[in-house]
Unconditional design. Sequence first.
Length: 185
Amino acid sequence: MSGKFETFVAGMTTLLELKPSEAELLPVCGALLEHLVADDDWLPDSHAVSNPDTYCQYLLYRDPEARFSVVSFVWGLGQESPIHDHRVWGAIGMLRGSETGTAFSRDEETGKLIEGDSLTLEPGMVDFVSPRLGDIHRVRNADDTQASISIHVYGADIGAIERRVYDPETGDPSPFVSGYTPLAK
Ligand code: FE
């Protein structure tokens, strides 16, 4: 892995050694991530491969204590995620192309989803999710000419933890574990 990515991981590791609160952590993580995605010359080709059938999530780094993980998301043309949550803090940095995230909340009585704001990220931009800030969203490729790639950082081994996807009509949650996309041989 390149020096830029190693610098990012070292910065995150140093940050987490301080055991910051989420409110303390996110601005620093966001600044480190903004620095990382300011240049699109470090991501290995192996972690940038798109699949015509589904979006891909390649593990770039998992902290030995699972305090954080880093993933490259590769969105092919027209691809989007289900409506899902994270259950931990997350930071999203746009590296290549663009993606639109749409936030949802749940009606406390009916459990139905209420669509909130959408934000389209362009290269170099960073956004956050967390149970504190708003944790339910859907993400789609906003570029109709190319695959888009964003770098995500989460406060856990995100591929291994149980989260929820939500039915768009009823808002009913279902458990899911995302895993990671295997690297092509
Ligand atoms: Fe997400």
